[in-house]
Design a protein around this ligand. Sequence first.
Ligand SMILES: C[S@@+](CC[C@H](N)C(=O)[O-])C[C@H]1O[C@@H](n2cnc3c(N)ncnc32)[C@H](O)[C@@H]1O
Length: 365
Amino acid sequence: MTQLLLLCRSGYEQDLSEELIHGFALLNIAGYPNFKKGQAWLSFTLVNQPAQALEQKPVKALLGSLVFARQVWQVLGEVSYEDTQDRVTPLLQAFENIEPNVSLGHDVLVEHADSEQGNELARFVKKFNVPLRQAMRAKGIIGRRLKSEKTVKQAHVLFTRSHHCIYGVSINPVSAPNPGGIIRLKFPPNAPSRSTLKLEDAIKHQLTEPERQAIFTEGANGVDLGACPGGWTYQLVQRGMHVEAVDNGLIQEALMNTGMVAHYAHDGFSYQPQYGKVTLLVCDMIEQPDKVASLMAKWLKLGWTDHAIFNLKLPMKQRFDCVSRCLDLVRTELGKSFFRYRMSARHLYHDRDEVTVVVVQSDLI
Ligand SMILES: C[S@@+](CC[C@H](N)C(=O)[O-])C[C@H]1O[C@@H](n2cnc3c(N)ncnc32)[C@H](O)[C@@H]1O
């Protein structure tokens, strides 16, 4: 039996479970989750599957495209401490006893869940990583990483409580190299709203470098639907875009003073781009997700935009169903077009009850 460990936003364990059950069922793999609501992590057992199943391309593709997971790795075991004076030795023993054919790579990452209980362990976890890494290196359990190596294969340890941890190994290349799969961003001091971090997160982590270079070129333009007070527009302006900012509210004065923004107090559902088309459409309107998804598909299909980044605000219940329905809607609509595209949807660290979707026209990259 093979087991996965996944981290997510607290309260989203059920949504991630449904996503996993559904995704693995399509691959004819049965599995079941185990979690407590709010703990921000879950384990998922693949029934009658050897660990080699995790090397299969469709399995990696599924794990790499999960919307609600921030982190995923393979579980090798767990340690319960009677004595918390020395937490290193029992872990060394555990890692020394794993199957000889499992390579732990070059590093070890100690993590905690992003829950109230998990965050209480944050300071300890950060401190503990260094002595554990040193001890594992000294014992030859993990090797030294050569500068030329790009691999992110590493050992993982998740402390669930101060006296209990789960340990395992990353699945290349889907496991996040950073703790908890979280990438913290610094709030830009003059940005108009904290929402700005959602788009920065998406631009930095859902777009590839070639995609960023192709989208944010000199003279590129964008439309921001539901723009006020301007956090998303700010991100586009920072990258040299001229922006049509659409919203009935007010855009931050400093942003207007850049001369890069034209404000249109208009309904986002009936707005059309001023000059026929733009490079990038972004949308953060608090509106029904199905309506937003079909609006995005319409802009892409009509050629009003080359690419789109948008948020889908999630309902209280059946959030996985909602996301699946919206993504299917976009796929169906774009399936009627002639261009190739790449779509990714993520529940980013800076997202709350919403997911961020990126649609990039591959032919233009
Ligand atoms: C979450 S806020 C956007 C925050 C913005 N992205 C930022 O970073 O500052 C949602 C905005 O959507 C706007 N909105 C909602 N429905 C809209 C619609 N149908 N047309 C235009 N704007 C709309 C609201 O007025 C509100 O300002």
